[in-house]
Design a binder for this molecule. Structure first.
Ligand code: SF4
Length: 702
């Protein structure tokens, strides 16, 4: 097809979807992208999945915002706005008018109620420079730290556990390092659908004889390639992992030399593990003791082992404990710091690593420097030229929405996030958005969240932007504009800069490279990674030890970035899910993504090919469960939890256990998060979106 295509130019950029961060060449005819193909980026080596290859045409969708919009006097807030015709509720405005209204609205709330009356959600779909500017906008303009983004719904608990016990929140090795491993665990992750290009490396690893251990309550596709397939009971991760570690310690398979040289708290860990015999845990986690023992021996006896995990680990009230167990398992077997070893939480959005690194989180400035640290505050006062910064950690995503609901936070600036779809218990979130006094939404479409906005600012998509993003591998990569933004839409950094100017913040940026240069002043992780270098090389992995070093694929071979240079064992005990099945709600609901759709669906459901493949909201259940209910695949079922009810088409899937329902969260007409539980992990403040109690009924039988 490519050879017959007629195009004017090719532009190298980055896929806008998952955290793999595939490099892509966009072929452009006129002002349209007509074709995409993978190029030789460090993470993808020419490969793309269906989203990267066919998902680009959302940028041409007629729903794209092309002019600023202002809510009409008296127009009702809510999902009754048609994204195809928002002018029923909004009127078009000039940029000058819309920016003035936005700046005045936010300033009025700050002046009347104090800076903490306004909060901000930035986006992991924007560039590093835009994430950095957004957290600066809130911290400088409102003198507090109530700024967060979707990492709170993603790997916040993993990052807490990694920072606590390893000293760094990023991966210790790229996923491509699996080439040098002989054993690997994939847990709570469905990479064939969620990180498809990474999954190709995992499959090749097994073809070379690598032993793969797949652990998941769903029988995910990666299981077909596994030497051990542990389909444990949902929410039972800690019991299963502790039992595996018990076997390793009991049989003396641990790496004593590594433990002695590189870790602390092993004695407490060893003592803690004694109670978790496989025989005691098999009923708890649903895996027979002999299978737990076999998997433990396979991992411990490997020469080089890696551990990969996803939202199945992190989105629990015990998400931080799950990650603590995985870190302990890697440490006790000496599997950090050498080629083919490492800890790798597979990041979800294309720039969730970079946005977190850039400080788009309420407890840290860029590079995870505590907001409480006076020396760090002094650095930012100096670089930003401000007199005052707030030393108190801010609220997180769910906490901010609760404060909006309680009318303590009265206004928000939401850039590229869609909490009316993405947050747990969205009935509560939508009511909070309705109660808000003033909302500025900046996006490429009238999202479900923008339906509640007072001002909507039209932004550019990634294929229309200049800037950098950082993928799950710690690779900082250059994105280039293939086409101009539609109509009057602008890049997010430009819009935030214009707002800041109107609020008297004195910003003068007129190119992302200037923002990147400021980031280099405060982010040691960017040492030796200049804008010019990225322009020439497209990607550099951090840390990079010299201007010639392509970056360190594996870190912490000599010491860990913690006091004393040692990593730490953190024993974890069993904490049950916050809401367990009972007579009224007898089954378990779990949520996730599908191969063709990404997150809240605002982009992929507007991509022609992806929407054609998966056009309809669906849930998956075990065929036996469906038979017992008298339901045929394709029939509608009604799912009800303590928070809401949806009707959705049922699919038969043997991968789903008999007491479970799997529900993708991309579909507004059957929004999964109407049902999910907002209970939080106490450390990462991430909600338990992977587990709640649900009742399944057949609407025609009610
Ligand atoms: Fe895009 Fe992820 Fe697919 Fe790569 S694997 S093409 S980054 S969605």
């Amino acid at each position: 097809v490519k050879d017959t295509l007629d195009f004017d130019k090719e532009v190298e950029s980055i896929c806008p979807f998952c955290g793999v961060g595939c490099q892509v060449s966009l072929k452009v005819k006129g002002d349209k992208v007509v074709y995409a193909e993978g190029i030789n980026g460090p993470a993808n080596e020419g490969r793309l999945c269906v989203k990267g290859r066919f998902g680009f045409d959302y940028i041409n969708h007629p729903h794209r915002l092309t002019k600023p919009l202002i809510r009409k006097e008296g127009a009702e807030k809510g999902l009754n706005v048609d994204p195809a015709n928002p002018l029923t509720h909004f009127r078009e405005a000039t940029w000058d008018e819309a920016l003035d209204v936005a700046a005045k609205g936010l300033t009025r709330l700050r002046d009347d109620h104090g800076g903490e009356a306004v909060a901000g959600f930035g986006s992991a779909k924007c560039t590093n420079e835009e994430a950095y500017l957004f957290q600066k906008f809130i911290r400088q303009g409102f003198v507090h730290n109530n700024v967060d983004h979707c990492t709170r719904l993603c790997h916040a608990s993993s990052v807490v556990a990694l920072l606590e016990n390893v000293g760094s929140g990023a991966v210790t090795a790229t996923f491509n390092e699996i080439e040098n491993a002989d054993v690997a665990i994939v847990i709570g992750s469905n990479p064939i659908e969620n990180h498809p290009v990474a999954a190709t490396y995992f499959k090749q690893f097994t073809q070379r004889g690598g032993k793969l251990i797949v652990m998941d309550p769903r029988g995910v596709g990666m299981g077909r390639f596994a030497a051990h397939r542990l389909q444990f009971k949902p929410g039972a991760d800690v019991s299963m992992l502790n039992a595996i570690m018990h076997v390793i310690a009991e049989e003396g398979l641990q790496d004593d030399a590594y433990i002695a040289e590189h870790t602390e708290n092993w004695d407490a860990m060893r003592e803690h593990l004694k109670a978790f015999t496989p025989e005691a845990m098999e009923e708890v986690c649903g895996i027979p003791a002999d299978e737990l023992r076999a998997a433990a021996r396979t991992f411990a006896n490997g020469k080089n082992g890696m551990i990969f995990w996803g939202m199945g680990v992190s989105q629990h009230v015990h998400g931080t404990d799950n990650s603590r167990c995985l870190i302990a398992l890697a440490l006790m077997t000496g599997n950090v710091g050498r080629p083919g070893t490492g800890l790798h939480p597979l990041r979800g959005q294309n720039n969730v690593q970079g946005a977190s690194d850039a400080g788009l989180i309420p407890m840290f400035y860029p590079d995870y420097k505590s907001v409480k640290d006076e020396g760090v505050q002094a650095l930012y006062r100096d670089v930003w030229g401000v007199d005052e910064l707030n030393p108190n950690p801010g609220l997180t995503v769910v906490e901010i929405m609760d404060a909006v609901y309680d009318r303590k936070i009265k206004g928000m600036y939401i850039l590229g996030e869609n909490p009316a779809m993405s947050d747990p218990d969205v009935n509560h979130v939508r009511e909070a958005l309705r109660r808000m006094e003033f909302l500025v939404s900046q996006d490429i479409f009238v999202t479900e969240t923008a339906c509640y906005a007072d001002v909507i600012l039209p932004a550019a998509a990634l294929a229309e932007k200049t800037g950098t993003t950082s993928n799950t591998n710690r690779q900082v990569q250059m994105c280039r504009p293939a086409v101009p933004p539609p109509g009057e839409a602008m890049e997010d950094w430009q819009i935030t800069t214009e707002l800041a100017k109107r609020m008297g913040m004195g910003w003068t940026y007129d190119h992302p490279s200037q923002i990147f240069a400021e980031m280099e002043l405060v982010m040691p992780s960017l040492a030796n990674i200049s804008w010019d270098r990225l322009e020439k090389q497209n990607a550099v992995t951090y840390p990079s030890l010299s201007p010639e070093d392509p970056g360190q694929a594996v870190v912490f071979g000599d010491k860990f970035p913690r006091a004393g240079g040692r990593a730490r064992f953190a024993p974890a005990s069993i904490i049950p899910p916050a809401e367990t099945p009972d007579e009224d709600f007898p089954m378990v609901l779990t949520t996730g993504r599908q191969l063709e759709h990404w997150h809240t669906g605002s982009m992929t459901r507007r991509a022609t090919v992806l929407d054609a493949i998966e056009p309809e909201a669906n849930c998956s259940m075990n065929p036996k469960t469906l038979r017992d209910m008298g339901v045929q695949p394709g029939d509608m079922v009604r799912l009800t939890t303590r928070r809401g009810t949806i009707d959705v088409m049922a699919r038969a899937d043997y991968a789903v256990a008999e007491n479970m329902v799997f529900l993708p969260f991309a579909y507004v007409e059957a929004a999964a998060n109407l049902l999910t539980n907002p209970a939080l992990d106490p450390y990462g403040k991430i909600a338990e979106m992977k587990f709640c109690a649900v009742k399944v009924e057949v609407p025609t039988q009610i």
